[in-house]
Design a protein around this ligand. Sequence first.
Ligand SMILES: C[S@@+](CC[C@H](N)C(=O)[O-])C[C@H]1O[C@@H](n2cnc3c(N)ncnc32)[C@H](O)[C@@H]1O
Length: 213
Amino acid sequence: MEKKIKKKYSDFYKTKFGKKILEKELDYILKELKDRRDVLSVGCGPAFLESELAKLNPHLKIVGLDISKEMLEDAPNSIHVALGDAECMRFEDNSFDALLYVTSLEFIEDYKKAVKEAFRVLKLGGKVIVLMLNPKSHYFQQEYNDKGSYIRRNIKHIDIEKLERFLSHYFSLKTEYLLGIKNESIFDTANPKFASLYIVKGIKRSKELREFK
Ligand SMILES: C[S@@+](CC[C@H](N)C(=O)[O-])C[C@H]1O[C@@H](n2cnc3c(N)ncnc32)[C@H](O)[C@@H]1O
């Protein structure tokens, strides 16, 4: 990844707008991780969110994983991060209580391999929390129309329903919209036109890793 793009990406989270987004995501995920301990964040990027999560709930043991060395270079020292591919992870079977994809599953080339890996490394009863950019939202469309944006250049899957369908083979799911954005102001909404995130959460209910196409 070009240094310039990486810097722009990390710098975004230092802006007032970026900090507000991070805060909302943080609030949501903290609640979802109540009673969980070992957490893997796949596609963590610069891991700012993960490092804040660990500060706010010291009981959590969080590991961040990303395929981009450049992204990981910006990660705070306080957080444990590993370089690796979501499609083929080095973690043991049944080793995490929760697994996060924070706007990352739709950026992974072979999302099916990644979902199977998520299932494999989660314990029985483990929780997957997938925050996806909502393609119907104004925010997404604005970013996507900008040919130089990180999203436009790197996203691999825009049909998020197909991702949800595949996740449903492995996890029993609940879904919701989050994080309204309009002109850099942030508000609560479940309206798909304004909610920048579509969230899919699921629980691993069986041990057997079955094959689905
Ligand atoms: C939009 S960024 C999200 C980063 C971070 N979670 C955040 O919220 O800022 C998508 C991330 O997915 C990572 N990624 C893409 N393919 C991957 C793969 N196969 N394995 C691990 N990470 C991957 C990218 O390197 C990038 O850091």
